[in-house]
Write a protein that binds this ligand. Structure first.
Ligand SMILES: Nc1nc2c(c(=O)[nH]1)N[C@H]1C(S)=C(S)[C@@H](COP(=O)(O)OP(=O)(O)OC[C@H]3O[C@@H](n4cnc5c(=O)[nH]c(N)nc54)[C@H](O)[C@@H]3O)O[C@H]1N2
Ligand SMILES: Nc1nc2c(c(=O)[nH]1)N[C@H]1C(S)=C(S)[C@@H](COP(=O)(O)OP(=O)(O)OC[C@H]3O[C@@H](n4cnc5c(=O)[nH]c(N)nc54)[C@H](O)[C@@H]3O)O[C@H]1N2
Ligand SMILES: [Mo]
Length: 678
């Protein structure tokens, strides 16, 4: 009947974000998918009939097993979206089925580049110490706006509390966000130029000896090589590349290095270019050189309260692993350097479209609105239309689900049991997420996987979901079962600082690898370097003549989660239309007024969003929102081609050499007034 915050929750202490407050509207929304459906017309024609779960499971099993028989297990791909409760179950089910091909837009573009890079550099993934007794004296926000987004497990409330202690703040963002407005220093970087900026800050810290010398000596590897690498990258070198004045770069480096303890809050903006891994490496060295690692009020490694998730990857033979699309090239995403290897999305789409390097015939999607959130949306559409068989499990009918053969009704978060206990959650708790309602015939994705595995008579992934939760609890050593955890709600995991003092960092050298031995072994650069994105005013000046503005996409808004929640009237009231930011000078130059619909066009295509005229953006930059479609418009398209920012992005090479990342930010575009939202 009502959802309110729980004051005893260790994560949010009873506070909710706008999306949390409308949970009841989401759960009982009249448009929820409530039973399985089978397509009756041609693919994408929007005609459906209701079927039972038994019929759905039978049909999926039969079609998938036939494809496996005829084309091999790798011809079946699994897809999911950003890291939700069931993300690791998607790969688990894939591995039980024998396919190495599962994918998630975030594995090459969001969070995992940081996770994998940090595991190789630091031996673990650092997060901000928001819950300890010592407050940070300096916070650096880099391509991240955690008061809106908070994706690393911290909540906006942690961030606001940390700010209440009045730390010095530095914001690296092309837009004047709320954080930027109040910052001691705001570096208004050109989208896509973060690597040059980070290298210049490292140049100052090394050149002016602002680093923590004893820490660097004892606990880092390759300092001299790094010092040599950044020698030429002075703030004066970086200024014309980054659009940030040299004195500001110097001031930011000094402020960060001299104010301790300091934290780094970083986001996916630096993971949305084809050079993401080296950018992530360069930025991560700022807290490393200044000795802010695993210390109170700094950047700490979370405790591992849960055991490793049983991904069943051991069920794949070396040959099957080698077949993972992208494994031969992108070792941090799909091969030996990956924590949990996933397929390379552009390569997977090519396999669907062209049957090369081998055919992918089936795509089973569990919570991803592929047409809105993958780059090059028109090519994504073409690829999905070539499939022999597609399944979509979702909360709602989406333009992507409309392309499927079978649609399954997924349970939303209050409708399922799960464990929440990522070490990335700085509160250091293991929490039981508990089922409180049942809606229609909706099933948790985890339950769907178990049901499918049983129906297909697979050998693995057939035990009850709760057994897997218990196995993770046992492996974590907390001595508690899931049922007991449900009674308690959560358990705290005792926290320790300076864990590296017992036995070093978990890297080959036992130190923070500024010079990465693992990168070198895998054939990638062991040191960070600068490289322009493939499309930018500096790398393609000829394109910039026709497309003179720099486009960045996807800055988060508090009312929607990626492509979700446009159905929810209360949230939609807060923001009805897609909005793109443009500077007043640029708006005048192109005859655009505040509130006008405006075409935004790249070499790939064009789409419309409403102009928000603001001085909070550089006159040379446009920012467009991502994830837009219009559930209120007629299906099967629901207006997905109107304001979809991924009509403007590209998924072609070059990619990040280690991660396979493509470019979502820092592209070239032009704008024009649109007459109406037709
Ligand atoms: N241009 C551009 N593109 C981007 C980005 C950008 O900044 N710019 N950001 C990228 C990033 S970082 C990410 S992570 C991706 C996100 O991409 P996605 O994860 O695809 O996006 P979402 O809209 O969050 O989720 C997709 C679907 O999951 C459904 N869903 C929600 N909960 C559940 C559940 O429990 N089970 C099931 N089965 N379905 C559920 C929702 O209804 C929705 O239709 O987008 C990427 N795309
Ligand atoms: N409410 C809400 N919360 C969310 C989401 C959501 O859609 N809504 N999405 C979730 C997901 S999947 C993710 S990955 C996270 C993402 O959350 P964040 O990591 O915070 O990322 P964004 O908000 O996409 O971008 C952060 C900032 O980067 C700036 N930026 C854009 N381009 C560049 C650039 O080239 N360089 C730099 N330095 N900055 C740039 C943008 O202006 C923006 O203010 O949020 C998660 N949380
Ligand atoms: Mo993401």
């Amino acid at each position: 009947m009502k959802v309110e915050g729980d004051p005893e929750s260790p994560l949010n202490h009873g506070r909710l974000c706008p999306i949390g407050t409308v949970t009841v509207d989401l759960v009982y929304h009249p448009d929820r998918l409530k039973h399985p459906m089978r397509r009756v017309g041609p693919r994408g024609s929007g005609k459906w009939e209701r079927i039972s779960w038994d019929q759905a499971l039978d049909e999926i099993s039969e079609r998938v097993l036939t494809i496996r028989e005829e084309f091999g297990p790798e011809a079946i791909a699994l897809g999911t979206g950003t890291g939700r409760h069931h993300i690791r179950w998607v790969s688990r089910f894939g591995h039980a089925l024998g396919t190495p091909n599962w994918c998630e837009p975030g594995f090459a573009q969001c969070f995992h580049p940081r996770v994998n890079t940090c595991i190789l550099t630091f031996g673990d993934f650092p997060v901000c110490d928001f819950t300890g007794d010592v407050a940070a004296k300096c916070i650096l926000y880099w391509g991240h706006n955690p008061v809106f987004s908070g994706p690393d497990g911290e909540t906006r409330f942690n961030v606001l509390e940390a700010l209440a202690h009045r730390p010095k703040t530095i914001v690296v963002d092309p837009r004047r966000t709320g954080l930027a407005e109040k910052a001691d220093l705001w570096l208004q970087v050109r989208p896509g130029a973060d690597d040059a900026l980070a290298l210049a800050m490292l140049n100052v810290i090394v050149g002016e000896k602002l680093y923590d010398e004893p820490f660097v000596k004892q606990w880092t590897y390759g300092f001299d090589a790094l010092a040599e690498r950044v020698k030429e990258h002075t703030p004066e070198w970086a200024a014309p590349i980054t659009w940030v004045p040299a004195d500001k770069i110097r001031a930011a480096a000094r402020l960060f290095a001299r104010t301790k303890p300091a934290m780094l809050e970083w986001g996916c903006a630096i993971e949305h270019t084809p050079k993401c891994i080296q950018t992530v490496r360069a930025v991560s060295m700022l807290p490393a050189l200044t000795g802010n690692v695993d210390v109170p009020g700094g950047w700490v490694f979370g405790m591992h309260g849960l055991g490793r998730f049983p991904s069943l990857i051991e069920n794949l033979t070396p040959e099957a692993n080698a077949k993972r699309l992208g494994a031969d090239r992108f070792k941090l995403l799909a091969g030996e350097g990956a924590d949990l290897p996933a397929a390379h999305i552009p390569t997977l789409l090519q396999a669907m479209r062209e049957g090369k390097p081998y055919p992918v015939k089936a795509f089973l999607v569990f919570g991803n609105n592929t047409l809105t959130t993958y780059a090059n949306a028109s090519q994504v559409y073409e690829s999905l239309m070539k499939l022999d068989f597609m399944v979509c499990a979702d909360l709602f009918m989406t333009p992507t689900a409309e392309l499927a053969d079978i649609v399954l009704p997924a349970a939303a978060w209050p409708e399922l049991d799960q464990l929440a206990g990522l070490p990335t959650v700085a509160a250091n708790v293991v929490l039981a997420q508990q089922k409180v309602v049942q809606v229609g015939e909706c099933k948790a994705d985890e339950e769907i996987f178990v049901a499918l595995a049983r129906r297909m008579k697979l050998e693995l992934c057939t035990e009850p979901v709760q057994d897997v939760l218990n196995a993770q609890l046992v492996a974590g050593g907390l001595g508690i079962t899931f049922d007991e955890l449900k009674q308690k709600g959560f358990v705290k995991v005792p926290f320790k600082y300076r864990k590296f003092e017992d036995g070093g960092f978990k890297t080959p050298t036992g130190k923070i690898e500024l010079y990465s031995t693992r990168f070198e072994q895998m054939g990638y650069s062991p040191l960070p370097y600068y490289e322009e994105p493939p499309e930018s005013p500096l790398s393609t000046p000829e394109v910039a003549e026709e497309y003179p503005l720099v486009l960045t996409t996807g800055g988060r808004i508090p009312f929607f989660f990626n492509s979700e929640h446009r159905q929810l009237a209360k949230l939609r009231k807060a923001q009805r239309d897609p909005v793109a930011e443009i500077h007043p000078q640029t708006a005048t130059r192109f005859g655009i007024a505040h509130g006008d619909w405006m075409w935004i066009e790249t070499r790939r295509g064009r789409m419309r969003q409403k102009a928000k005229v603001t001085t909070g953006i550089d006159p040379r930059v446009i920012h467009a929102q991502h994830g837009w479609w219009f559930p209120e418009e007629p299906g099967p398209q629901y207006g997905v081609w109107k304001s979809n920012v991924n009509l403007l992005t590209d998924n072609g090479p070059p990619y990040d050499p280690a991660m396979g990342t493509y470019q979502l930010r820092g592209l070239l575009c032009r704008v024009e007034r649109a007459h109406g939202p037709v």
